[in-house]
Design a protein around this ligand. Structure first.
Ligand SMILES: C[S@@+](CC[C@H](N)C(=O)[O-])C[C@H]1O[C@@H](n2cnc3c(N)ncnc32)[C@H](O)[C@@H]1O
Length: 314
């Protein structure tokens, strides 16, 4: 039963919105038709979880989650827990006071990464105020392959609000991590998220820069001098692929440097254009074997690809 409870906790804390995904957890036979004891265990790891008390997910999400639980208990015809009923009515009566809300990613029993996020896909003209699925996929790959970043200078393009970088800082021992993004709103939220998760004493050098792919200069590239470049869900707009590949070309100065780019495949045409531009710019790429996806709660319909990109040997 603990496995399915762990999944429910991860879904809830990370604000997984897919209703079928949530209902299918509740309907798992291990949960014994949601008897009273199970209902109370679910409450304890979700709404009453200390992580939720300290860094609450959006109120609208908490209401939605309890509605799903309520529906499932009703469907099974099980007896309601008084505690569940009380919690549900209390939350329904609470109005949203515009509090900041959080999404928390439980990595293991020792580490949960909590990020302030926006729930809408495009806010203030950027897609960067929420965590995208490819960032989770890439973060999981990095946790499983930490030596690629050990004592390396890592630069992230389009870093958004920081999941990938915070994971690498916590699990992969980089020498320096350079977050970059074009959007000032994104960089502001990123700063708060670094503050929430990284204690001053534990961090290596962390930098944050506003950086447009089309504007990177050779002087800037030399000042960053990265060993590894990362990007999660940054190949999504056919019109910016040219500048992204040019940015990689300028930034990959060191002979041994490489880039890792993870994408959710939505439109094969965009992906094909990216690969064609890489070839024209003199890069080769390897598709990295997909890994077991067990650390994060993923949207089951997402289809990921992770490339390692290198300069053609001279
Ligand atoms: C889909 S979001 C992905 C964010 C994050 N990597 C993640 O996966 O959660 C794309 C990010 O790239 C940034 N971005 C888009 N075009 C850019 C450009 N031309 N130069 C720099 N950053 C850009 C956006 O501001 C946004 O934060």
């Amino acid at each position: 039963m603990w496995r399915i409870l762990d999944q429910i906790e991860k879904n809830f804390l990370s604000v997984t919105k897919n209703k079928n995904q949530i209902l299918s957890c509740f309907e798992n036979p291990a949960l014994q038709k949601l008897n009273i004891d199970v209902q109370e265990r679910i409450l304890k790891i979700t709404i009453k979880n200390p992580i939720c008390t300290q860094h609450a997910p959006p109120l609208s999400y908490q209401k939605f989650f309890l509605r799903c639980l309520h529906e499932s208990v009703e469907k099974f015809g099980s007896e309601y827990s008084d505690e569940l009923m009380k919690t549900y009515t209390d939350i329904l009566a609470t109005t949203d006071d515009g509090r900041i809300s959080y999404h928390s990613y439980k990595i293991d029993s020792f580490c949960t990464i909590t990020l302030q996020e926006e729930s809408c896909i495009v806010v203030k003209n950027t897609t960067g105020l929420q965590t995208w699925e490819a960032a989770k996929y890439m973060s999981e790959w990095c946790i499983r392959n930490p030596l690629n970043f050990d004592r390396q200078i890592v630069l992230e393009l389009g870093s958004g609000i920081g999941l990938l970088g915070i994971v690498i800082l916590k699990f992969c021992n980089p020498l320096k991590y350079i977050f970059t993004d074009k959007s000032p709103e994104v960089l502001k939220l990123l700063s708060s998220n670094i503050e929430i998760n990284i204690h001053k004493l534990e961090n290596p050098v962390i930098e944050q820069h506003q950086l447009f792919w089309s504007d990177i200069t050779e002087k800037e590239a030399h000042s960053f001098y990265p060993d590894v470049i990362l990007g999660a869900d940054i190949v999504f707009d056919i019109d910016t692929i040219g500048s992204l590949v040019l940015a990689l070309k300028i930034l990959l100065i060191k002979e041994s440097a490489c880039a890792y780019i993870a994408s959710t495949i939505r439109n094969p045409e965009t992906n094909n254009k990216f690969l064609a531009e890489l070839g024209t710019a003199g890069f080769i790429y390897i598709i990295l074997k997909s890994h077991e996806k067990s650390i994060f709660a993923y949207d089951k319909s997402s289809n990921f690809i992770l490339y390692k990109i290198l300069k053609l040997p001279k």
